[in-house]
Design a protein around this ligand. Structure first.
Ligand code: SAM
Length: 279
């Protein structure tokens, strides 16, 4: 008698990024459990889907689960959607999926858009091994601790970040991972102002500092994994700069470091400034 729970991915911007199967499933189920019913109503309207919606979000998920499980047991198919992309990926749904499994209800994924995977597929960093870190803590002290734990991770790392925190977050990454660590910046994927770039962390900091538009919209950061080269370079660079700063100005010390090591003068200068400000 028991029916099926479909976990349906929806677009992350461009409405055409909806699969044929997702449309069919949303049309066929008894109810669509949505993170925000107003948001999903627009999507359903766009595809002429008349299925009723019911709210299932972080704040009511626990209470709502029993009702949804009861409906599934009574033979009603249900689709779970979030505001954008794949449910459960930094979005609600985990508790419902777990409860469905516990009640022996079949859970069927209907794959589609996911910002993390879209970013990884286009930024040009190694994609054979990667970790998804979701959102980092909003408090700087906690964020720095999280970054310290990731410092020696050799896999590519995918991070979601809110636009109003992006600059602070990138500054912290420069501090912990080092100025030269490669990073992919994927903003507003599939939307009008889509920006996809690969550069170093120091270059990204300058890029978003100089262009405030880059601090708006939705953003995924893809961080290159640690290599011995990065670890050693950062340590060596700091040591060299600190020694030179004992006798030289920031400008002279960074010029010399750039000449000696071949790293960009802007990066050496920025790091020299940070090191002098720390003292
Ligand atoms: N479930 C979604 C998915 O599958 O990607 C993620 C939802 S999470 C609440 C929202 C975050 O995903 C945003 O803050 C941003 O980091 C990322 N994101 C979602 N859509 C995006 C887009 N079009 N471009 C860049 N990042 C996006």
């Amino acid at each position: 008698m028991s029916a099926q729970l479909f976990v349906v991915a929806t677009p992350i911007g461009h409405l055409d990024d909806m699969t044929f199967r997702a449309i069919e499933v949303l049309k066929s189920v008894s109810v669509v459990a949505a993170e925000d019913t107003r948001q999903s109503a627009q999507l359903l309207k766009h595809y002429n889907i008349a299925t009723p919606l019911t709210a299932c979000h972080d704040h009511n998920e626990s209470n709502k689960i029993n009702i949804l499980i009861e409906r599934l047991k009574n033979g009603e198919d249900i689709a779970l959607v979030s505001d954008a992309g794949t449910p459960l990926i930094s979005d609600p749904g985990f508790k419902l999926v777990r409860a469905a499994q516990e009640h022996n209800i079949r859970v069927i994924p209907v794959p589609g858009a996911c910002a993390a995977i879209a970013a990884l597929s286009a930024v040009g960093l190694p994609s054979d091994r990667f970790s998804f870190e979701g959102f980092l803590a909003s408090k700087q002290s906690q964020r720095l601790l999280q970054l310290e734990k990731l410092k020696h991770e050799t896999q590519t790392m995918i991070i979601y970040e809110a636009p109003h925190r992006i600059l602070e977050c990138v500054k912290d990454m420069v501090e912990v991972f080092g100025a030269e660590r490669p990073v992919g910046f994927a903003r507003e994927i599939t939307k009008t102002f889509e920006t996809i770039k690969k550069m170093t962390l120091a270059e990204l900091r300058t890029f978003i500092e100089n262009d405030h538009h880059q601090q708006k919209g939705e953003i995924v950061l893809v961080i290159g994994g640690a290599t011995e080269e990065h670890d050693v370079n950062q340590e060596k660079l700091d040591k060299l700069l600190l020694r030179l700063l004992e006798d030289l100005s920031v400008k002279a010390a960074s010029q010399l470091v750039a000449d000696l090591t071949g790293i960009k003068k802007k990066i050496a200068y920025q790091r020299a400034l940070e090191l002098t400000q720390k003292d």
